[in-house]
Design a protein around this ligand. Structure first.
Ligand code: ADP
Length: 366
Protein backbone atom coordinates (compact mmCIF):
# COMPACT_ATOMS: atom_id res chain seq x y z
CA UNK A 1 0.00 0.00 0.00
CA UNK A 2 1.38 3.41 -0.89
CA UNK A 3 2.71 5.46 1.95
CA UNK A 4 1.46 8.97 2.66
CA UNK A 5 4.37 11.18 1.65
CA UNK A 6 4.32 14.42 3.51
CA UNK A 7 6.09 17.12 1.55
CA UNK A 8 6.18 19.40 4.57
CA UNK A 9 8.26 17.12 6.65
CA UNK A 10 11.90 18.24 6.66
CA UNK A 11 13.16 14.76 5.97
CA UNK A 12 10.77 13.93 3.17
CA UNK A 13 7.98 12.56 5.22
CA UNK A 14 9.93 9.75 6.80
CA UNK A 15 8.54 10.19 10.26
CA UNK A 16 5.02 10.24 9.04
CA UNK A 17 4.92 7.66 6.31
CA UNK A 18 2.55 4.74 6.36
CA UNK A 19 0.62 6.09 9.30
CA UNK A 20 -2.66 5.47 7.58
CA UNK A 21 -1.79 2.16 6.03
CA UNK A 22 -0.04 0.20 8.70
CA UNK A 23 -1.00 -0.75 12.18
CA UNK A 24 -0.27 1.64 15.02
CA UNK A 25 2.43 -0.73 16.27
CA UNK A 26 4.26 -0.62 12.93
CA UNK A 27 4.18 3.12 12.77
CA UNK A 28 5.55 3.39 16.30
CA UNK A 29 8.42 1.09 15.43
CA UNK A 30 9.18 3.15 12.35
CA UNK A 31 9.12 6.47 14.13
CA UNK A 32 11.45 5.10 16.73
CA UNK A 33 14.43 4.56 14.47
CA UNK A 34 13.98 7.37 11.97
CA UNK A 35 16.89 9.80 11.99
CA UNK A 36 14.49 12.63 11.13
CA UNK A 37 12.89 14.51 13.97
CA UNK A 38 9.52 13.46 15.33
CA UNK A 39 7.43 15.85 17.41
CA UNK A 40 8.31 14.49 20.83
CA UNK A 41 12.02 15.06 20.17
CA UNK A 42 12.12 18.83 20.38
CA UNK A 43 11.85 19.46 24.11
CA UNK A 44 14.06 16.56 25.14
CA UNK A 45 16.67 17.29 22.49
CA UNK A 46 17.07 20.74 23.91
CA UNK A 47 17.82 19.26 27.31
CA UNK A 48 20.24 16.64 25.98
CA UNK A 49 22.09 18.86 23.55
CA UNK A 50 25.74 19.41 24.49
CA UNK A 51 26.44 23.14 24.81
CA UNK A 52 30.22 23.21 24.46
CA UNK A 53 32.73 21.54 22.20
CA UNK A 54 34.27 19.58 25.07
CA UNK A 55 30.93 17.82 25.70
CA UNK A 56 30.39 17.02 22.03
CA UNK A 57 31.29 13.35 21.67
CA UNK A 58 32.97 11.90 18.56
CA UNK A 59 33.48 13.60 15.16
CA UNK A 60 37.12 14.17 16.06
CA UNK A 61 38.09 15.49 12.62
CA UNK A 62 35.32 18.08 12.47
CA UNK A 63 35.86 19.02 16.09
CA UNK A 64 39.57 19.57 15.64
CA UNK A 65 39.06 21.70 12.55
CA UNK A 66 36.44 23.75 14.34
CA UNK A 67 38.45 24.18 17.54
CA UNK A 68 41.35 25.71 15.60
CA UNK A 69 39.10 28.04 13.62
CA UNK A 70 37.31 29.15 16.81
CA UNK A 71 40.54 29.91 18.59
CA UNK A 72 41.91 31.86 15.64
CA UNK A 73 38.71 33.91 15.30
CA UNK A 74 38.67 34.62 19.03
CA UNK A 75 42.28 35.73 19.05
CA UNK A 76 41.71 38.05 16.08
CA UNK A 77 38.47 39.35 17.55
CA UNK A 78 36.73 38.76 14.22
CA UNK A 79 33.58 36.93 13.24
CA UNK A 80 34.25 33.25 12.50
CA UNK A 81 34.38 32.32 8.83
CA UNK A 82 31.14 30.88 7.41
CA UNK A 83 30.63 27.20 8.19
CA UNK A 84 28.90 24.48 6.15
CA UNK A 85 27.91 21.38 8.12
CA UNK A 86 26.87 18.37 6.12
CA UNK A 87 25.91 14.78 6.79
CA UNK A 88 22.82 12.62 7.37
CA UNK A 89 20.08 13.79 9.77
CA UNK A 90 20.47 13.45 13.53
CA UNK A 91 24.28 13.50 13.65
CA UNK A 92 24.65 16.85 15.41
CA UNK A 93 24.62 19.64 12.83
CA UNK A 94 22.23 21.88 14.79
CA UNK A 95 24.06 21.00 17.98
CA UNK A 96 27.38 22.12 16.52
CA UNK A 97 25.85 25.35 15.26
CA UNK A 98 24.67 26.21 18.79
CA UNK A 99 28.05 25.18 20.18
CA UNK A 100 29.78 27.61 17.79
CA UNK A 101 27.67 30.48 19.15
CA UNK A 102 28.26 29.42 22.76
CA UNK A 103 31.99 29.06 22.30
CA UNK A 104 32.18 32.52 20.74
CA UNK A 105 29.82 34.01 23.35
CA UNK A 106 27.66 35.49 20.61
CA UNK A 107 23.95 35.42 19.82
CA UNK A 108 22.30 32.59 17.89
CA UNK A 109 19.42 32.75 15.49
CA UNK A 110 17.96 29.83 13.58
CA UNK A 111 15.92 29.49 10.43
CA UNK A 112 15.66 27.01 7.57
CA UNK A 113 15.69 26.92 3.79
CA UNK A 114 11.98 26.09 3.41
CA UNK A 115 10.99 28.74 6.00
CA UNK A 116 12.35 31.56 3.82
CA UNK A 117 9.75 32.12 1.16
CA UNK A 118 10.36 35.61 -0.19
CA UNK A 119 13.27 38.03 -0.35
CA UNK A 120 11.65 40.08 2.44
CA UNK A 121 12.00 37.13 4.87
CA UNK A 122 15.72 37.00 4.27
CA UNK A 123 16.14 40.79 4.39
CA UNK A 124 14.30 40.99 7.71
CA UNK A 125 16.52 38.39 9.30
CA UNK A 126 19.77 39.80 7.93
CA UNK A 127 19.09 43.40 8.86
CA UNK A 128 18.29 42.43 12.43
CA UNK A 129 21.51 40.52 13.01
CA UNK A 130 23.90 41.68 15.68
CA UNK A 131 27.61 41.97 14.97
CA UNK A 132 29.52 38.65 14.91
CA UNK A 133 26.48 36.60 15.87
CA UNK A 134 25.69 33.19 14.40
CA UNK A 135 22.89 32.80 11.89
CA UNK A 136 22.06 29.12 11.45
CA UNK A 137 20.21 28.03 8.33
CA UNK A 138 19.11 24.41 8.31
CA UNK A 139 18.34 22.55 5.08
CA UNK A 140 20.06 25.13 2.94
CA UNK A 141 19.60 22.91 -0.13
CA UNK A 142 15.87 23.65 0.06
CA UNK A 143 16.27 27.39 -0.17
CA UNK A 144 14.72 29.15 -3.16
CA UNK A 145 17.33 29.77 -5.89
CA UNK A 146 16.58 33.53 -6.00
CA UNK A 147 17.28 33.85 -2.31
CA UNK A 148 20.38 31.78 -2.66
CA UNK A 149 21.69 34.29 -5.20
CA UNK A 150 20.97 37.16 -2.83
CA UNK A 151 22.99 35.42 -0.17
CA UNK A 152 26.14 35.33 -2.31
CA UNK A 153 26.87 39.04 -1.96
CA UNK A 154 25.79 39.11 1.66
CA UNK A 155 28.21 36.35 2.59
CA UNK A 156 31.01 37.91 0.62
CA UNK A 157 30.70 41.66 1.29
CA UNK A 158 27.99 41.93 3.96
CA UNK A 159 25.95 43.98 1.54
CA UNK A 160 22.53 43.36 0.11
CA UNK A 161 20.86 45.05 -2.83
CA UNK A 162 17.17 45.68 -2.41
CA UNK A 163 14.77 47.26 -4.85
CA UNK A 164 12.53 49.99 -3.49
CA UNK A 165 9.40 51.04 -5.35
CA UNK A 166 7.97 49.72 -8.59
CA UNK A 167 8.06 50.51 -12.29
CA UNK A 168 10.00 53.57 -13.52
CA UNK A 169 10.44 54.96 -10.01
CA UNK A 170 12.05 51.76 -8.69
CA UNK A 171 15.58 52.16 -7.46
CA UNK A 172 18.21 49.91 -5.99
CA UNK A 173 19.42 50.48 -2.50
CA UNK A 174 22.41 48.75 -0.94
CA UNK A 175 21.92 47.64 2.63
CA UNK A 176 24.92 47.17 4.87
CA UNK A 177 24.71 44.02 6.98
CA UNK A 178 26.74 43.64 10.16
CA UNK A 179 29.53 41.04 9.85
CA UNK A 180 28.13 37.75 11.14
CA UNK A 181 28.92 34.06 10.98
CA UNK A 182 26.71 32.07 8.69
CA UNK A 183 26.37 28.42 9.67
CA UNK A 184 24.43 26.31 7.21
CA UNK A 185 23.49 22.65 7.40
CA UNK A 186 22.52 20.22 4.70
CA UNK A 187 21.96 16.52 4.21
CA UNK A 188 22.63 17.00 0.48
CA UNK A 189 25.81 19.02 -0.12
CA UNK A 190 25.80 17.89 -3.76
CA UNK A 191 22.70 20.00 -4.40
CA UNK A 192 24.39 23.30 -3.50
CA UNK A 193 25.58 25.43 -6.38
CA UNK A 194 29.32 25.91 -6.55
CA UNK A 195 29.16 29.72 -6.03
CA UNK A 196 27.27 29.10 -2.81
CA UNK A 197 29.64 26.36 -1.66
CA UNK A 198 32.62 28.60 -2.32
CA UNK A 199 31.32 31.18 0.20
CA UNK A 200 32.05 28.81 3.09
CA UNK A 201 35.53 28.94 4.59
CA UNK A 202 34.97 25.96 6.87
CA UNK A 203 33.42 22.73 5.59
CA UNK A 204 32.65 20.13 8.22
CA UNK A 205 31.48 16.66 7.26
CA UNK A 206 29.72 14.72 10.02
CA UNK A 207 30.07 10.94 9.96
CA UNK A 208 28.03 8.17 11.54
CA UNK A 209 29.13 7.50 15.12
CA UNK A 210 30.84 4.33 16.29
CA UNK A 211 29.09 2.09 18.83
CA UNK A 212 31.53 3.24 21.51
CA UNK A 213 30.84 6.90 20.85
CA UNK A 214 27.12 6.25 20.94
CA UNK A 215 27.50 4.38 24.21
CA UNK A 216 29.11 7.51 25.71
CA UNK A 217 26.25 9.61 24.36
CA UNK A 218 23.67 7.23 25.86
CA UNK A 219 25.48 7.26 29.22
CA UNK A 220 25.69 11.05 29.20
CA UNK A 221 22.02 11.42 28.26
CA UNK A 222 21.01 8.90 30.93
CA UNK A 223 22.86 11.00 33.49
CA UNK A 224 21.10 14.17 32.35
CA UNK A 225 17.73 12.40 32.51
CA UNK A 226 18.58 10.79 35.87
CA UNK A 227 18.17 7.22 34.60
CA UNK A 228 20.38 4.52 36.15
CA UNK A 229 22.04 2.55 33.36
CA UNK A 230 25.01 0.19 33.26
CA UNK A 231 27.65 -0.06 30.55
CA UNK A 232 26.09 -3.11 28.87
CA UNK A 233 22.66 -1.55 28.83
CA UNK A 234 24.08 1.56 27.17
CA UNK A 235 25.99 -0.59 24.66
CA UNK A 236 22.87 -2.48 23.68
CA UNK A 237 21.02 0.76 22.92
CA UNK A 238 24.07 2.19 21.11
CA UNK A 239 24.36 -0.83 18.78
CA UNK A 240 20.80 -0.43 17.57
CA UNK A 241 20.93 3.30 16.93
CA UNK A 242 22.04 3.37 13.28
CA UNK A 243 25.14 5.37 14.14
CA UNK A 244 22.89 8.32 15.02
CA UNK A 245 22.74 10.19 18.37
CA UNK A 246 19.17 11.36 17.79
CA UNK A 247 18.03 7.73 17.53
CA UNK A 248 20.18 6.69 20.51
CA UNK A 249 18.54 9.32 22.69
CA UNK A 250 15.07 8.34 21.49
CA UNK A 251 15.65 4.65 22.16
CA UNK A 252 17.02 5.50 25.60
CA UNK A 253 13.78 7.30 26.48
CA UNK A 254 11.65 4.39 25.38
CA UNK A 255 13.81 1.83 27.16
CA UNK A 256 13.62 3.99 30.27
CA UNK A 257 9.81 3.76 30.17
CA UNK A 258 10.03 -0.01 30.01
CA UNK A 259 12.63 -0.15 32.77
CA UNK A 260 10.47 1.98 35.06
CA UNK A 261 7.39 -0.12 34.55
CA UNK A 262 8.92 -3.59 34.39
CA UNK A 263 12.47 -3.59 35.74
CA UNK A 264 12.71 -1.40 38.82
CA UNK A 265 13.92 1.59 36.81
CA UNK A 266 17.43 0.33 36.10
CA UNK A 267 18.63 -0.28 32.54
CA UNK A 268 20.97 -3.25 32.15
CA UNK A 269 21.56 -5.37 29.05
CA UNK A 270 18.64 -7.74 29.71
CA UNK A 271 16.22 -4.86 30.27
CA UNK A 272 17.44 -3.02 27.18
CA UNK A 273 17.15 -6.14 25.05
CA UNK A 274 13.68 -6.96 26.31
CA UNK A 275 12.49 -3.39 25.74
CA UNK A 276 14.00 -3.13 22.26
CA UNK A 277 12.47 -6.46 21.28
CA UNK A 278 9.04 -5.24 22.29
CA UNK A 279 9.69 -2.03 20.35
CA UNK A 280 10.65 -4.12 17.29
CA UNK A 281 14.04 -2.52 16.89
CA UNK A 282 16.31 -5.21 15.46
CA UNK A 283 20.02 -5.78 16.01
CA UNK A 284 20.98 -3.17 13.40
CA UNK A 285 18.27 -0.70 14.32
CA UNK A 286 16.57 -1.37 10.98
CA UNK A 287 13.03 -0.25 10.59
CA UNK A 288 10.36 -1.66 8.34
CA UNK A 289 11.40 0.41 5.33
CA UNK A 290 15.06 -0.59 5.64
CA UNK A 291 13.96 -4.19 5.54
CA UNK A 292 11.57 -3.60 2.67
CA UNK A 293 14.25 -1.77 0.71
CA UNK A 294 16.79 -4.56 1.12
CA UNK A 295 14.29 -7.33 0.39
CA UNK A 296 13.05 -5.51 -2.70
CA UNK A 297 16.57 -5.31 -4.14
CA UNK A 298 17.17 -8.96 -3.31
CA UNK A 299 13.82 -10.49 -4.23
CA UNK A 300 12.46 -8.29 -6.99
CA UNK A 301 15.70 -7.31 -8.69
CA UNK A 302 17.89 -10.34 -8.01
CA UNK A 303 20.15 -8.31 -5.77
CA UNK A 304 20.50 -5.42 -8.26
CA UNK A 305 21.82 -3.30 -9.76
CA UNK A 306 18.60 -1.35 -9.61
CA UNK A 307 18.26 2.39 -10.23
CA UNK A 308 17.19 4.66 -7.39
CA UNK A 309 14.07 5.89 -9.18
CA UNK A 310 12.94 2.33 -9.94
CA UNK A 311 13.53 1.40 -6.33
CA UNK A 312 11.62 4.44 -5.10
CA UNK A 313 8.68 3.54 -7.33
CA UNK A 314 8.72 -0.10 -6.22
CA UNK A 315 8.65 0.98 -2.58
CA UNK A 316 6.18 3.82 -3.16
CA UNK A 317 8.63 6.11 -1.38
CA UNK A 318 10.21 9.43 -2.29
CA UNK A 319 13.60 9.17 -3.93
CA UNK A 320 14.89 11.90 -1.59
CA UNK A 321 13.94 9.93 1.51
CA UNK A 322 15.79 6.88 0.24
CA UNK A 323 18.85 8.90 -0.65
CA UNK A 324 19.01 11.17 2.40
CA UNK A 325 17.72 9.03 5.23
CA UNK A 326 18.01 5.33 4.41
CA UNK A 327 20.83 4.69 2.01
CA UNK A 328 23.67 6.46 3.82
CA UNK A 329 23.51 4.11 6.79
CA UNK A 330 22.95 0.97 4.73
CA UNK A 331 25.94 1.90 2.59
CA UNK A 332 28.01 2.73 5.66
CA UNK A 333 27.47 -0.70 7.20
CA UNK A 334 28.08 -2.40 3.88
CA UNK A 335 24.57 -3.75 3.18
CA UNK A 336 24.22 -2.00 -0.15
CA UNK A 337 26.67 -0.67 -2.68
CA UNK A 338 26.12 2.25 -4.96
CA UNK A 339 27.35 1.51 -8.48
CA UNK A 340 27.04 3.55 -11.68
CA UNK A 341 24.32 1.12 -12.80
CA UNK A 342 22.32 1.28 -9.58
CA UNK A 343 22.15 -0.13 -6.07
CA UNK A 344 23.17 -3.68 -5.28
CA UNK A 345 22.57 -5.77 -2.17
CA UNK A 346 25.75 -7.24 -0.68
CA UNK A 347 26.43 -10.63 0.86
CA UNK A 348 25.81 -9.08 4.31
CA UNK A 349 22.29 -8.10 3.28
CA UNK A 350 21.52 -11.62 2.07
CA UNK A 351 22.95 -13.09 5.27
CA UNK A 352 20.85 -10.74 7.38
CA UNK A 353 17.69 -12.26 5.91
CA UNK A 354 19.07 -15.80 5.82
CA UNK A 355 18.86 -15.86 2.02
CA UNK A 356 21.69 -17.72 0.24
CA UNK A 357 24.00 -15.28 -1.55
CA UNK A 358 24.08 -16.14 -5.27
CA UNK A 359 27.35 -14.30 -6.02
CA UNK A 360 27.29 -11.96 -8.92
CA UNK A 361 30.79 -11.70 -10.31
CA UNK A 362 29.42 -11.93 -13.83
CA UNK A 363 26.88 -9.10 -13.57
CA UNK A 364 29.24 -6.81 -11.68
CA UNK A 365 31.99 -6.92 -14.23
CA UNK A 366 29.93 -7.11 -17.40
P1 ADP B 1 21.03 17.34 13.07
O1 ADP B 1 20.93 18.83 13.14
O2 ADP B 1 22.29 16.87 12.38
O3 ADP B 1 19.80 16.67 12.52
P2 ADP B 1 21.02 17.54 15.97
O4 ADP B 1 22.14 18.48 16.19
O5 ADP B 1 19.63 18.09 16.09
O6 ADP B 1 21.18 16.79 14.55
O7 ADP B 1 21.25 16.31 16.98
C1 ADP B 1 20.19 15.51 17.45
C2 ADP B 1 20.37 15.20 18.92
O8 ADP B 1 21.45 14.28 19.05
C3 ADP B 1 20.76 16.40 19.77
O9 ADP B 1 19.69 16.91 20.48
C4 ADP B 1 21.76 15.89 20.77
O10 ADP B 1 21.09 15.56 21.96
C5 ADP B 1 22.26 14.62 20.17
N1 ADP B 1 23.65 14.73 19.71
C6 ADP B 1 24.07 14.96 18.44
N2 ADP B 1 25.40 14.93 18.36
C7 ADP B 1 25.85 14.67 19.60
C8 ADP B 1 27.17 14.48 20.15
N3 ADP B 1 28.26 14.53 19.39
N4 ADP B 1 27.28 14.25 21.46
C9 ADP B 1 26.17 14.16 22.23
N5 ADP B 1 24.91 14.29 21.77
C10 ADP B 1 24.75 14.54 20.47
Amino acid sequence: MASGFNPNHPFTGKAKHDLGASSRRDSDAERLVTAGKVEEDDAVELKLRPTHLAEFIGQSKAKQQLAIALEAARSRGEALDHVLLFGPPGLGKTTLATIIANELHVGFQQTSGPALQIAGDLTAILTNLREKQVLFLDEIHRMQPVLEEKLYTVLEDYQMDIIIGQGPSARTHTLEIKPFTFVAATTRPGLLSSPLRSRFGILLRLEFYTDDELRFIVERSAEVLGVPIDRDGASEIAMRSRGTPRIANRLLRRVRDYAQVRAGGVIDRATAMAALTILEVDAHGFDELDRRLLRTIIEKYDGGPVGLNTLAAALAEEQDALEEVYEPFLIQIGFIHRTPRGRIATRLAYEHFGIPFPGRAATLFE
